[in-house]
Structures are given as structure tokens and as C-alpha cells.
Design a protein around this ligand. Structure first.
Ligand code: ZN
Length: 397
């Protein structure tokens, strides 16, 4: 395999394989977490001559951070990746943690999402250093819990690690698109409270289940209304309001009208939508629907990830577009991230503009027989090196 833009391709593939072979699913029952993958990342950082630091987010769940200083004043660029992967699940025709290379592809859970991207950012930074001097600095962040509540990214921001960072590349698989916008997400729990009663005497109670039906119909109405108001974003599509989980009553007590029922709602938004206003509106809609049944409502916000956007003319967006074109010979495409990533937290909470760009297909994440194309992996590493070089030379700060 060749060296592209000074990236050691063979070593990059071997390191990605080693990462995939570590089952870094956060699964306390199986005794699995991110720690061994974080240690492997830190070990490779030391080989490159950097000094990794561990920020322990939770027991067995450390973020790994390394700062690589250039040779003079200049901007600070962060590369971000996550060490956790989702559970392997069923339906695999290859070993999910085998890291097998076959047919020009590297197979396994996390190969695309996102151990390939994580490995690429390390080897790209090493190539940048070996090319000669550069201004500013590169910060490498390998975080935990992206697939959960993004505790790693939240910890990164809260502990001041994003202070002074001018822009961040999140190395998630986006199929070659330079994603400067990402969809927002709200996770809500709607609790409906009525009054318990015997099924033989329902008139003595107030049934929250009837209110669930009305509430779900009202949410569909709200979604239609949001479609009219906000239309379709060119990279992110529409706003979605999806009831995902219902819980109420007990199957063994089918003669009992329960006192409470819960509906979990997954809301996906675009940058034009203000989350606080939307939660207020959604709450009002559900309260009205439930009131007809004498049911009271409380809405709990479980997670709030606003949609984020970095301007198309931001120096990092330009650097990635130019570098992608130069390395691959193909014109770069702008795109949007359909879900939230650590970049969402880094931008919304840390105030750092982020762009998501990384090896692997956009839709392969979390599926059985996940893979990353070797060519794609090498090309992205080369683009990272070239984009970092362009961005760091783009001037102050
Ligand atoms: Zn990911």
C-alpha cells in the first residue's frame, strides 16, 4: 500500500484492525467498556511522540487527549473521534470483532463508526508533523460514550478542553460529504396521570390510555404543522416528531385501569427550530389533548441536542472542501449529519465550530457486516493532513 500525503497506509490499516478487535461496547454485564481502546490510542500517541492525558469521565471510561504543538503562533484545530461502539447485534457473516481485511474492505463493528476515522486522524496528524513545520496546534480527542449520552464530549467541554480551540473536525463516517450542518435532537418523556380504577367500574377512574391516543394524534398534527412552517432543509430534510416508546399498565392486570402512562418522543430538528419554543409548543399540544380526558401531563426533557451549523465559508469548511478535491480528484460535496454527534456538543456547548467528515458510508453505522473501504480510509487520512495544513495556515488567531 502506498503513502498518500505522507500517511503510512499499512500501519493505519493495521492500527484500525487492532482497534476493531477490542470490543469497546459500553456493556457492564459483559465487563466491556472503552478503556482498552483508549489505552491503545494512548499507546499509539506515545509512539508518535505525543503525551496523551486521560480524563476519566466514569469508571473505565476515559477520554484521551493529546496536544501536538506546531512551530509558531496560529490557530488550534481539534480532531475528534469516539472509542465506543454500539453492540454487535445479530446477523453477521463475519466476526464482528475480527477486524478482517477482505475484498478491499476492513470489516467489523466500529470499522466505519468510527475506529477508521479515529485511526485516520492520528496517522494524519503524524504525517502532518513529519512533513515539516506548521503553525498553531492540533488537539486530538478520543472520547467515550458518543453512542450513549455523549458524556465524553460533555466532559471535554466542561473540563475546559475546548477552550481556545478554533474549529473541530469530527471524524464520523459521512460517505465523503463535508457535513457543516447537523440535525438537532430532543428526547422527551411525556407522563400522563389519571386515576386508577377497577375495569368493572371505569367511571370511578380517569384512564390515561385514552389520553395517550389523543396525544399521539395531536403530535402527528404538530409534525404536519412543523413541515409547513419550516419546510425542508437542503441537507437535513424535515423536522420529525416520533413517538417511540409507550408504557402503561401491566399485562397480568388487564382488569385494572392504570393511574399513569408514559410516551417517549424522539424529535429531530433543523437549525431554524428553537428547542425551548418547540418543547413549550409540544407540551401545550399534549396538555390540551389530555385535558379532554381529565388527564394531567408533565413533559421531561431527557436530552437536548440543538441542530448546529458552521457557515459554508468558514476556513475549516473551505480547507476540507479544497483538500478533498486535491486528494481524491473528485469535487467535494457539502452535506448534513442526520443525527447528532459529539460535534453537536462541541459546537453547541463549547462554542467551537465543527465539521463532520470521515471514512465510511453514512448509512453503514450500527448495521451487521459493518465495513470501511480501505481506499476510503487512506483517502480520508490524506485529506485530514492536507486540510489541517490548509486550515492552520489560514491565518490568525
Ligand atoms: Zn459514531
Amino acid at each position: 500500500m502506498s503513502e498518500r500525503a505522507g500517511v503510512d497506509g499499512d500501519a493505519l490499516v493495521a492500527f484500525t484492525q487492532a482497534l476493531v478487535r477490542i470490543p469497546s461496547v459500553h456493556d457492564p454485564e459483559r465487563g466491556w467498556n472503552e478503556e482498552p481502546a483508549a489505552e491503545l490510542v494512548a499507546e499509539q500517541m506515545r509512539v508518535f511522540g505525543w503525551t496523551p492525558e486521560f480524563d476519566v469521565v466514569a469508571p473505565g471510561r476515559p477520554n484521551v487527549i493529546a496536544v501536538v504543538d506546531g512551530d509558531g503562533p496560529g490557530p488550534t484545530l481539534m480532531f475528534e473521534g469516539h472509542t465506543d461502539v454500539v453492540t454487535e447485534g445479530d446477523g453477521w457473516t463475519v466476526d464482528p470483532f475480527g477486524g478482517e481485511v477482505r475484498d478491499g474492505r476492513l470489516w467489523g463493528r466500529g470499522s466505519a463508526d468510527m475506529k477508521g476515522g479515529l485511526a485516520a486522524m492520528l496517522y494524519a496528524t503524524d504525517a502532518l508533523v513529519r512533513r515539516g513545520s506548521f503553525p498553531g496546534r492540533v488537539v486530538l480527542a478520543a472520547l467515550v460514550d458518543e453512542e450513549g449520552m455523549m458524556a465524553g464530549a460533555k466532559h471535554l467541554v466542561a473540563s475546559g478542553r475546548t477552550d481556545g480551540v478554533d474549529a473541530a473536525i469530527c471524524c464520523e463516517p459521512e460517505g465523503g460529504e463535508v457535513c457543516h450542518v447537523a440535525k438537532g435532537a430532543l428526547r422527551l418523556r411525556v407522563e400522563l396521570t389519571g386515576k386508577m380504577a377497577h375495569g368493572a367500574m371505569p367511571f370511578q377512574g380517569r384512564n390515561p390510555n385514552r389520553a395517550v391516543g389523543s396525544a399521539i394524534a395531536a403530535l402527528a398534527e404538530l409534525e404536519r404543522d412543523l413541515h409547513v412552517r419550516f419546510g425542508e432543509h437542503p441537507h437535513l430534510g424535515r423536522v420529525w416528531v416520533t413517538p417511540t416508546v409507550l408504557r402503561s399498565g401491566e399485562a397480568v392486570q388487564m382488569n385494572v385501569m392504570p393511574a399513569t402512562a408514559s410516551v417517549w418522543v424522539d424529535v429531530r430538528t433543523i437549525p431554524a427550530v428553537d428547542h425551548d419554543e418547540l418543547v413549550d409548543e409540544l407540551t401545550a399540544v399534549v396538555v390540551r389533548a389530555a385535558a379532554d380526558h381529565g388527564i394531567t401531563v408533565e413533559v421531561e426533557i431527557i436530552d437536548d441536542r440543538p441542530a448546529v451549523a458552521t457557515p459554508e465559508d468558514h476556513p475549516l469548511v473551505r480547507a476540507l472542501l479544497d483538500a478533498h478535491g486535491a486528494v481524491t480528484g473528485q469535487p467535494a460535496r457539502l452535506g448534513g449529519v442526520p443525527g447528532a454527534t459529539d460535534g453537536t456538543v462541541i459546537t453547541s456547548r463549547g462554542g467551537v465550530p465543527s465539521v463532520v467528515y470521515g471514512p465510511g458510508g453514512k448509512w453503514i453505522a450500527h448495521q451487521a457486516d459493518e465495513f470501511v473501504e480501505i481506499d476510503d480510509l487512506l483517502a480520508h487520512a490524506a485529506v485530514y493532513t492536507a486540510a489541517a495544513d490548509r486550515f492552520l495556515r489560514s491565518g490568525p488567531p
